[in-house]
Ligand binder design. Structure first.
Ligand code: RTP
Length: 155
């Protein structure tokens, strides 16, 4: 109810190389889809190390930064943009805590991953990061605007 016009937001979600290699793409995409969020961009890419460093620039002082960037650039990553009311914060909830040994069952990491260095998925942690990450991974023309028939039943 109330229409879907004004509170829509977008977040950047990526399935990391471990999630892609383990065949978890459809499982993860379906969790966002079934929740009621709308997919507005998707592509499979192998990021360069330099690109991975850009994506994780906030973490460059951390001891795991180099290994993390090596890992992200080690194979195909499924980059996506999802749209919906509250999708930035709730998307993180669907994903679960950073360390899968602490993620709740029912979350993506809780159900599908074991250790922090192989936690299969990334999600933007706030509106500013979402904006920056979408701009880093996608060109504006890759974001598709469309109306889904389900929206009137979700909002
Ligand atoms: P993400 O950005 O990937 O969704 O993860 P996050 O915000 O929940 O966690 P953040 O602290 O930003 O860490 C980013 C990614 O770095 C890896 N990591 N490794 N101790 C470690 O070895 C360690 N800690 C973090 C994880 O892949 C984490 O998702």
């Amino acid at each position: 109810s109330g229409g879907a016009c004004c509170r829509m937001e977008r977040t950047f979600i990526a399935i990391k190389p471990d999630g892609v290699q383990r065949g978890l793409i459809s499982e993860i995409v379906s969790r966002f889809e079934r929740k009621g969020y709308k997919l507005v961009a998707i592509k499979l890419v192998v990021p360069s190390k330099q690109f991975a460093e850009k994506h994780y620039h906030d973490l460059k002082e951390r001891p795991f930064f180099n290994g993390l960037c090596d890992f992200l650039s080690s194979g195909p990553v499924l980059a996506m943009v999802w749209e919906g009311e509250g999708v930035i914060k709730y998307g993180r909830k669907l994903i679960g805590a950073t360390d899968p040994s602490k993620s709740e069952p029912g979350t993506i990491r809780g159900d599908l991953a074991v250790v922090v260095g192989r936690n299969i998925i990334h999600g933007s942690d706030g509106p500013e990061t979402a904006k920056d990450e979408i701009a880093l991974w996608f060109q504006p023309k890759e974001l598709v605007s469309y109306t889904s028939n389900e929206e009137k039943w979700i909002y």
